[in-house]
Design a protein around this ligand. Sequence first.
Ligand code: SF4
Ligand code: SF4
Length: 475
Amino acid sequence: MQLQLAEFHHFEAAGQPFLYLVPSGGIFALDSLSRQAIELMRQQPYEARELHSVLVAQGADSDAARECIEELVAARALAPEGGWKDAPDEAPAKFPLQTLVINLTNQCNLSCQYCYEFGEDKVATPEGKPKFMEFETAKQSVDFLFAESAGRKSVHITFFGGETLMNFPLLKQVVDYSREQAAQRGVSIDYSLTTNATLLRPEIIEYLTANAIGVTVSMDGPKEMNDQLRVFANGKGSYDVIVPKVRELLKQHNTRPIAARVTLTSGVTDVIRIFRHLKEEIGFHEVGFAPVTTSPNRLYAINEKGLDDVLAQFEQLAYEYRDYALRNELHGFSNVSDTLSELHQGISKSHPCGAGLGLLGVGPSGDISPCHRFVDSDTHALGHVSSGIDTAKQQEFLTKGHIHAKYDCHTCWARPVCAGGCYHEAFVRYGDTGHANLHYCDWIRGWTDLCLRIYGEIATHNPGFLNHFEQRKAA
Ligand code: SF4
Ligand code: SF4
């Protein structure tokens, strides 16, 4: 069998060489013999038999050399002539829905300037549509979820807004109705919500706790950072209003971890300080960061230098995460957990995320969208919960979003985890959900390489910690 080197990204961790195999998404630790085999293959292609003879001539045991070659082929580090086949070209014809994001309202009591729903780069066209979802539409949404998730043993509802808690009575009705429907079908269901925390009150916290509803709070750090853009309509910052409520939430809600989600903008890039504040001073269990999605000319957009600075701070926190992991402790920097989880599962994505596939959004009007960020956008609607999904539009969206349709990504080693990046970001930047997010390739590759090194160190020194990611997978 004629062999050739397959596509991989080489990295070192814990003093040992590793290969990240593309496109399979596998991670392979090289011992001295497999390293030798790879070095030989780098110089010229060999037949399997020839490679074996050369390794033996260089002093390797014959059985060990054979096993080594077999392992490298099985791991897809070495490929038969013509290489391994990539993921199939077509978007899957039918993929059972797992998560429905229900936007209970498109109204919000804050006026965060960077908001993708109300800000300058918004894609929503809410004019003439309901501001608050009716129970009838919510029921149809739940029925739609169960109809489209047929075959799944568990489904998930995420409540979203606007500000989600502005329609808390409907949230409770949806939980009651969907729980009843799930029980009738023998399916398990769980819930989460995202909120700006301004409307939290004791009875809401009690309800969220009793029903094990996961909570993510959008918050940008200490007062002087949070209040730069997370403001009420009169310009007043929201920090002083939300902090006592968040502290109460963290004190009472003990049935699910509570996360903070930070949007980084040009004036808010002090990642380490934000993390310390939210994790240690406020007490969130997890903190995740995302650079703002925006056109590059907005005042709050982060420039390239700012992104480099953010990545350097991410690196510091990621190494802290590693130190915690080696002591079997949870650190709480969720960007690392999310990427390690994908690496551990050997994910090789045909699409950047579940939008339009296993995840859909529903707006207050009942319009279906690829995810919560496209809710209320006429251009991106994929049907209505009363009539079902428009499969032609869904296919068009997924075909455009497939990694094979993104020419620039074809030779990129980070494509198993990136697959071109967020559709919403692509639309805001390039006016096309199917465009690769080429403005942040260096960032993605830098971040993926860093997480691979962290993964390699944990896999070498405390492999048991990686079981956390098995649990996340099962969840
Ligand atoms: S968007 Fe950039 S980083 Fe992502 S897969 Fe494509 S080329 Fe690679
Ligand atoms: S399109 Fe973007 S915002 Fe929507 S689910 Fe995917 S990654 Fe998230």
